[in-house]
Design a protein around this ligand. Structure first.
Ligand code: GLA
Length: 383
């Protein structure tokens, strides 16, 4: 990918790329919609990602080009930027805006991106492009930001520049991921553990429902708001900074404060999902994949019934997996409302699974899903 990209760079810009960088996408194994509630999550980086080649120019502009999109842009060096529209380059432009809050940039840059994460599929293509840009600027100009600072910066781009009130999980996972490891991240303290992710006789399958969703247009921000409402109600009796400070037992003592049944469902998901992540980390550590798989299904059901972020497409995939004897666990991953599911599938049954799921899904949904057998890869790096 690097050589191809650098060759294209030369073709487009008529000069050589000086440096190239890579940042992956991610899947979340369990712990969904709780990062913005200070909960525990368990993502890992995948081997799909975004590559970026860069070189300086003497024109006092930033040139954004991508091999994936026809839109390109040439933007003069300024001291701040605002979002210009829906185009892909707003994500890296947001990173320039964040960096400029703390550092001066006087050198123009030519940039060429390429990625193989299916866009809008819930595998964090946006976090991947944000972090690759932040990582590249930090390295190229030797700006001295820590990796965590780059992650926080990228999250601010998502929240303030793009307008999605998402949590820290995606940017953290794509920056800190490690080959064959999962990250157990406490989204309140940002303390994390890198744990072995040995799936033994099983492979991690990603099933793209091919139902496109756009986070900023979805009900994501509404869910964030509903959690804040639950928190405010609980805070009438106890002092909490976020919902995930509550155990299920403690929640039972105070849940009477939430009289709206919808808000109660949302809070119940958050609190039980947080407990499931601790249980899943233990199961993985004990090598008990069966338990891990059961927790994946339980997570999906909670996201379906209580958090209501699944939908026909994701539920059809998980329904199929529950009846297919060579899968031991499956769930939606990421924000939901379409996008991808993941499944622990017995090695050797990849083709059979694809074929049977394809028939089942197409009959119910009207078009086919795409199945990828993934590997857990490394996080952001210079290449
Ligand atoms: C999206 C957001 C994350 C997280 C997940 C749901 O991927 O970007 O911060 O909230 O949804 O777990």
């Amino acid at each position: 990918m690097k050589t191809d990209l650098e060759r294209k760079f030369q073709e487009f810009y008529q000069h050589e790329a000086i440096a190239s960088y890579y940042t992956p996408g991610r899947v979340n194994l369990i712990g969904e919609h709780i990062d913005y509630n200070g909960g525990l999550v368990m993502p890992c980086a995948v081997t799909l990602g975004t590559w970026l080649s860069i070189a300086p120019n003497n024109d006092q502009v930033i040139r954004f080009r991508s091999l994936n999109f026809p839109e390109e842009s040439t933007i003069p060096l300024q001291t701040a930027y605002t979002k210009t529209g829906p185009e892909w380059y707003n994500y890296p432009l947001g990173i320039f805006n964040e960096i400029l809050k703390e550092k001066e940039l006087t050198q123009g840059l030519d940039l060429l991106f390429v990625g193989n994460i299916p866009i809008g599929s819930g595998l964090s293509s946006s976090a991947s492009i944000e972090v690759v840009m932040a990582y590249a600027l930090n390295d190229y100009f030797d700006l001295g930001f820590s990796k965590l600072e780059l992650v926080l910066m990228s999250k601010r781009v998502e929240n303030d520049f793009i307008g999605v009130n998402s949590g820290i999980m995606d940017q953290f996972a794509v920056a800190f991921g490690e080959k064959e490891k999962a990250i157990v991240l406490d989204c309140d303290s940002l303390k994390y553990r890198i744990v072995d992710c040995d799936t033994k006789d099983y492979v991690l399958a990603i099933i793209n429902t091919n139902k496109h969703r756009k986070l900023s247009e979805s009900k994501y921000n509404e869910r964030v708001q509903e959690c804040q409402t639950a928190l405010a109600l609980l805070n009438q009796e106890i002092k909490l900074n976020n919902l995930c400070e509550l155990t299920a037992e403690k929640f039972a003592l105070h849940e009477h404060l939430i009289t709206d049944p919808v808000i109660l469902k949302r809070a119940t998901h958050v609190i039980t999902e947080n407990d499931r992540v601790s249980a899943a980390a233990k199961a993985l550590n004990d090598g008990n994949l069966m338990d891990f798989g059961r927790l994946m299904y339980a997570s999906h059901h909670s996201l379906k019934e209580l958090y209501e972020v699944t939908g026909l497409e994701l539920d059809t995939v998980v329904d199929f997996c529950e009846d297919y004897q060579h899968v031991i666990g499956a769930r939606m991953t990421g924000a939901g409302f379409g996008g991808c599911a993941i499944a622990l599938l017995e090695r050797g049954f990849e083709e059979d699974f694809k074929e049977k799921l394809n028939t089942f899904y197409t009959e119910k949904v009207g078009y086919a899903p795409t199945v990828y057998i993934t590997h857990i890869g490394n996080g952001a790096s210079k290449i």
